[in-house]
Write a protein that binds this ligand. Structure first.
Ligand code: F6R
Length: 610
């Protein structure tokens, strides 16, 4: 997964390319490069550097490339290690064509063998380089028609942008299963993998769909399908401003996004409940008959979104009385699942671009399932695959580690669970009303948790040198424990395991001693006493205990060495408040260890490859 940008207009393209790449760095950051077409140049000028974008910026200051047409790329390695040679753009043998790519060309070995036999010289180990040589090999005088032909030869996924010195007033872009958007300016146009890269320049966006090609010139855009049918795409006006995608004074995007959680939850709720607390999810276009016909729910997601799904499983079972299966998308897509037209499939993905989740949705639909996507990104790929979409409206999330999008997903899934409950008449309206009132109070409860950040920081800093952590929870505390462990390991690089507390005695207890702290989600719940027993088991092995507990629970102090108090709420809603101290705990440990919390090593914000 990578970020791509392109510019065509009257200005030097380099300025936009660098600015756009900075905003896309979350998609990958192991190398970066750009290619421009100068007015008097016969060849494309390419500058690429291994490492972060600053390296490329330094090279640009030295070489000052100029060109009114240009493309750029920030890479997250899949085929070929991070290096200057493997950085994009890639160029053809005659140095006339340059190309950037996001995705994976699955048949690149065969294509490379074929092209090498034809005499093409390869300079990288990437799958991408075959694309530029294929265009060179098939070039028929028209860049767009050549790209169209080449798309028929490719297996896998791609979003590409191509420029050619023989046609300097044109960028050709194409997409299949990887995101690409086009920004419309005045006398200039832009291309990017994602909307935040464009916001400073335009809010008018065209979304390129799968199997489409765009011819982008300074005065216009022409979109056609791969088989050359013209497309009349509507312009989409983005409502967020650039500010929304900036840090607003916080040290890191991650911290800013943790603090944005009350607003994110508020925005997720907005417009979903009528004054009489009736739930509004008209966008799903599911009839009462269809909803009553479902006999099973299947949830698919990856990473943090999967943890949101684990919470949703419990609410849908408890409230809507529907049986729920859940799987991580990369496993689901290769299982022989039992899904038919009575199965409601819920795909959860903040980015809407996770390749495994999209593939799982396609598989679920092939088997007859009805798919609802829960996503944060309007116009993302999943929205075109699913039968219905619930947007979480959390605003753009730039930090690689998901925080505010998780709480928004969980809240959106509460609303969905209650809507199913209401439509299937599984609970009295007064019970639903009470839960809705409690959901509405969550933003204020999260604000209260944020007030204890200084205490969490002080405590976190005592644990910076630990090598291993165990996170425990039961019921809806279990996904919170999984998420707490995931946050800690991904941003601090400390080994952390999330476990169902009752399962500890079946293995992980062997790990415990005074050097392995145990973080326990121990708020008041139906399993509170059980959790206390689990804490005692850990304490008996000398483990230091950090507990997340309910305000007013003095008893817990006998058991835990450190306590993070959160306000009381409905048991099934408690993940929204219990996860926040664990996000902050991970954040402060990682900061003290000097880690880059916004762009942790080896990770990327949206995983658009398998
Ligand atoms: C962890 C994290 C990842 C994502 C996962 C799925 O902090 O961000 O585990 O949750 O890659 O991403 P989406 O939700 O975009 O499908």
């Amino acid at each position: 997964m990578c970020g791509i940008v392109g510019y065509i207009g009257e200005k030097n393209s380099v300025n936009f390319l660098i600015d756009g790449l900075k905003r896309l760095e979350y998609r990958g950051y192991d190398s970066a490069g750009l290619a421009v077409l100068g007015d008097n140049e016969n060849n494309v000028e390419v500058i690429k550097k291994n490492g972060r974008l600053d390296e490329l910026e330094r090279a640009i200051q030295k070489e000052s490339p100029q060109g009114k047409t240009g493309i750029g790329h920030t890479r997250w390695a899949t085929h070929g290690k991070p290096s200057e040679a493997n950085a994009h753009p890639h160029i053809d043998c005659k140095r006339k064509i340059a190309l950037v790519h996001n995705g994976i060309i699955e048949n690149f070995f065969t294509l490379r063998e074929y092209l090498e036999k034809k005499g093409h010289i390869f300079t990288s180990q990437t799958d991408t380089e075959v694309l530029v040589h294929l265009i060179e090999e098939n070039f028929n005088g028209s860049l767009v028609e050549t790209v169209r032909k080449v798309t028929t030869l490719l297996g896998g996924s791609f979003a590409i942008a191509v420029i050619c010195s023989l046609d300097p007033d044109l960028i050709v872009a194409a997409r299949k299963d990887s995101p690409l958007v086009i920004g419309l300016g005045e006398g200039e146009n832009f291309i990017a993998s994602d909307i935040p890269a464009l916001l400073q320049h335009t809010k008018n966006i065209l979304i390129l769909e799968d199997n489409e090609i765009a011819e982008v010139s300074r005065n216009g855009i022409r979109i056609t399908t791969f088989d050359n049918k013209p497309i009349d795409r509507k312009v989409f006006e983005v409502k967020w401003d650039v500010e929304a995608a900036e840090k607003s004074g916080y040290e890191d995007f991650m911290l800013k996004e943790i603090y944005e959680q009350p607003t994110a939850i508020h925005n997720t709720i907005l417009g979903r409940f009528k004054e009489n607390n009736e739930i509004v999810l008209d966008e799903l276009a599911l009839s009462e008959k269809e909803i009553n016909n479902f006999d099973k729910v299947f949830i698919v997601a990856c990473g943090t979104s999967y943890h949101a799904g684990l919470v949703a499983r419990q609410t849908i079972e408890r409230w809507a009385r529907l049986s729920v299966e859940i799987d991580i998308a990369s496993e689901f897509r290769y299982r022989d699942t039992v899904i038919d037209n009575k199965t409601l499939v819920i795909a959860i993905t903040q980015s809407g671009e996770t390749s495994d989740t999209i593939a799982a949705v396609r598989e679920a639909k092939r088997r007859g399932g009805r798919v609802i996507a829960v996503t944060n990104v309007v116009g993302s790929s999943i929205t075109r695959e699913a039968d219905g979409v619930i947007y979480t409206h959390a605003g753009p999330e730039i930090g690689v580690a998901a925080t505010k999008t998780l709480v928004s997903q969980i809240v959106a899934l509460y609303i969905l669970a209650l809507w199913l409950t209401q439509t299937r008449e599984q609970a009295d309206s007064s019970i639903i009303r009470k839960i809705i009132e409690e959901i509405k109070s969550l933003p204020d409860k999260v604000k209260e948790v944020l007030l204890i950040a200084p205490h969490i920081k002080e405590c976190a800093e005592k644990f910076v040198n630990c090598a291993d952590f165990l996170f425990l929870g039961r019921g809806v505390g279990y996904p919170v424990a999984l998420e707490g462990a995931l946050k800690l390991k991904e941003i601090s690089y400390i080994h952390a395991e999330g476990y169902a507390a009752g399962e500890m005695k079946h293995g992980p207890i062997a790990l415990l001693d005074k050097d392995v702290p145990v973080v326990v989600v121990a708020n008041y719940s139906s399993v509170y006493d059980k959790i206390l027993s689990n804490i005692l088991e850990a304490k008996a092995r000398d483990a230091v205990i950090v507990a997340v507990a309910t305000d007013g629970d003095e008893n817990i102090k006998q058991f835990a060495d450190y306590v993070f108090y959160v306000p009381e709420t409905h048991e099934l809603l408690s993940p929204i408040v219990t996860i926040v101290p664990l996000q902050l705990f991970a954040y402060y440990i990682a900061k003290k260890r000097g880690c880059d919390v916004d762009q942790p090593r080896n990770l990327a914000k949206s995983v658009t490859v398998e």
